[in-house]
Design a protein around this ligand. Sequence first.
Ligand SMILES: [Mn+2]
Length: 334
Amino acid sequence: MTAPRRGEDATVREIADVLRPLPRLLVTAHVNPDGDAVGSALAALQAYRALGGEARYVQVGPIARTYRFLPGFDAIVAAPEGLDPPPDVLLSLDAASADRVEPVLSAMPAETEVLNVDHHVSNTRFGDRNLVDPEAAATAEVLHAVLRELGAPLTPEVATCLYAGIVTDTGRFGYPGTGPGTHRIAAELLEAGIRPEEVHGPLYRSVPIGLLRLTGALIAALETRLDGRLAWVELTRAACEEAGVAMKDAADLVDIPASVEGVEVAALFRETDRPGKTKVSLRSKGTLRVDRIAVRRGGGGHPAAAGFTADGSVGEVRDPVLREIEEAFADGGR
Ligand SMILES: [Mn+2]
């Protein structure tokens, strides 16, 4: 274990300059990766190899099956495999804090330079060089700038992975962070030869029947408070097993309470594979910043989408968290 790092902010050019001589690269993304994390990491891996560089992608934690269609997916190595020999440079993508990329980060010797490329406003600058753009709708946008500066070829494979990162983190170009720049990059990716249906289809139009039935059960059991401004659902391991759904494939079910008319804050409480731990996912459609609630409880995220893991069963965790959200409403969205 090496001492914690805390470096300076870097520009796109400075990050590209580190990568330009093609040092041996290890790419990683945050634990339990979403589409932006896996998409960005696979884009970085394949772009770097296309430049002639030697790169690996080591991922912490299980990856939702929905991302298996991404080009290059089979090249992903599951941590803690793939950490030896240590790389010259570690590129961390879409991770807001050091604990999100453990044990990969701690396995790096002091000589390995750590690049932290991300878009979370709560990013702790744990890299030796940090490129954090909270204005970007996805880490894939930030990475796109780095790849362009490097002159990396925008192959259809790289473009597809970047596009998947953008589509998922913007809620299909619908969340508030989606800007003109997001669409300009998307246009460039289309020009590079991607086929949108090959991304949207696997992501949104091939839901396993078990997951769809589980969704139905959650809709039936959805609860609300505050005259319907706060809604939540709960997910147990038993329900997942009965439906034949892996817990890692159920994270997006927070979209169910979030999709309800009049709801401003939505929560998903779900059991994890570790007994006595509950994962809480939060979404905000209004002005209440759910990242503040998540950060106070050791998690992180964005103003409109955040999460954390809490000690206790779903039943033990739920009421204190709902109360905290109600108090935040009472305080005008603190
Ligand atoms: Mn992201």
